[in-house]
Design a protein around this ligand. Structure first.
Ligand SMILES: *Cc1c(COP(=O)(O)O)cnc(C)c1O
Length: 401
């Protein structure tokens, strides 16, 4: 038998979404006349912006001509897309970036999972809790998380994010090599003001720690003083890597395009060099039609279409937020993120509340425990459904409670 990666072989199974799907399927099997509405969808549902589809189709046909054919894309992205990202997502916010600092990829999961390869096997990492599971899982597979006991990894520093601290974690109380931050946050829907985010940047600069910043939901920010990029904070280029994505911005979850910014200021260019070296070994670029589609998203027409879809989702978020409040529930988020995070009533566990909603209201959501230990007693509802289903689900929850 081949010697296996022991860390990967002993990973606990990622059972959350499977367990959710199984409970819904079992319920529907028993109650064939009932239709379960899901407010648990973690994927976008609105169609692609037309300009993006057209650009993708044009680019595909262009590649069918002798003049237009292209082979491998540049490892780090076509300059036309890198320029469009810098101009439309950074310069408009007063952030200047060089072409060599932006790396186009097939999505933020690829990059947030790959960035841990910049760190040594002994590096200590801290993560917000609850959070997107990818950061912990990929560090665990690399042997950096220690042992898994009672739902916790022994070597990971969990930074609890609860209503008591406004879902903004306390600083780690000892040195960590890397701190993963995600704002606006999945699952809590929390967003930070520039002043609040600056505290983490200052802490990282003082301690010589790296921040890995996941800005996948920046397009959902509406409140005026919330930074869309960590580089809007002073000094962030000397301590932070930022990942962005077209997935939630433009409905690209099935198209696949994202980017990562590794500033030259980080360790005097060492991290930029290392990331470049790693990508040239592991990555053969993102397809030309997809990069043309992403470029089209960043035109005036593309942005307008994206904003329409985002407004549609955020109207759902408002309906969920207000409806649950009317029902007497305590709710958070849903203002600058497509997620509403609620306290379960009567201190129920997330799973008990899941079963109650499923069986008595035929509505599904996601138990907070699935995103980390501090998610216990919370429940996530998403705004990615249709308006009709969202309204009906909220009506059912109100009637139940
Ligand atoms: C959806 C999501 C992403 C996006 O990942 P892609 O690979 O770009 O589709 C990244 N981070 C978080 C926290 C997400 O919820």
């Amino acid at each position: 038998m081949p010697a296996l990666n022991p860390y990967l072989a002993s990973m606990p199974s990622g059972y959350l979404f499977r367990e959710v799907a199984q409970r819904i399927a079992a319920y529907e099997q028993k109650n064939k006349d009932q239709h379960v509405l899901s407010l648990g969808i973690g994927d976008v549902t609105r169609p692609l912006p037309k300009v993006a589809g057209r650009a993708m189709a044009d680019a595909a046909l262009e590649m069918c001509t002798p003049e237009g054919f292209r082979g491998y894309s540049p490892d780090f992205g076509y300059p036309f897309l890198i320029d469009a990202i810098i101009k439309n997502l950074y310069e408009v916010r007063g952030v200047k970036l060089r072409q060599e600092e932006v790396f186009v990829s097939d999505g933020a999961k690829t990059d947030t999972s790959g960035l841990q390869e910049l760190l040594s096997g002994e590096a200590r990492i801290a993560v917000m809790d609850p959070v997107y599971p990818v950061y912990i899982d990929t560090n665990a597979m690399a042997g950096r998380a220690g042992e898994y006991r009672n739902g916790l990894w022994s070597q990971i520093e969990y930074l609890p994010c609860t209503a008591e601290n406004g879902f903004a974690p306390l600083m780690p109380n000892h040195y960590v090599d890397a701190l993963y931050l995600c704002f606006p946050n999945n699952p809590t829907g929390a967003a930070l003001s520039r002043k609040e985010l600056q505290r983490y940047v200052d802490w990282a600069l003082q301690n010589g720690s790296l921040i890995i910043y996941d800005a996948a939901y920046s397009a959902f920010i509406h409140s005026p003083d919330i930074p869309h990029s960590i580089y809007e904070c002073e000094g962030a280029k000397a301590c932070a890597i930022e990942c962005g994505s077209f997935s939630k911005l433009a409905g690209f979850t099935g198209v696949r395009c994202g980017y990562t910014v590794v500033p030259k200021e980080l360790l005097g260019g060492t991290l930029n060099d290392m990331w470049r070296r790693r990508l040239s070994a592991k990555h053969n670029g993102v397809s030309y039609p997809v990069q043309r589609a992403a470029e089209a998203v960043l035109t005036a027409a593309g942005k307008a279409e994206c904003m329409e879809n985002i407004a549609y989702y955020m109207n759902n978020a408002r309906i969920i937020r207000e409806g649950l409040k009317d029902a007497g529930l305590t709710v958070y988020g849903g203002m600058d993120a497509p997620y509403v995070w609620m306290r379960t009533p009567r201190n129920m566990s997330g799973w008990d509340f899941f079963d109650l909603l499923l069986e008595r209201a035929q509505v599904a959501g996601t138990p907070g425990e699935g995103f980390g230990p501090s998610g216990a007693g919370y429940f996530r509802l998403t705004a990615f459904g249709s308006l009709e289903n969202t309204c009906e689900a909220v009506r059912r929850i109100k009637a139940l409670l």
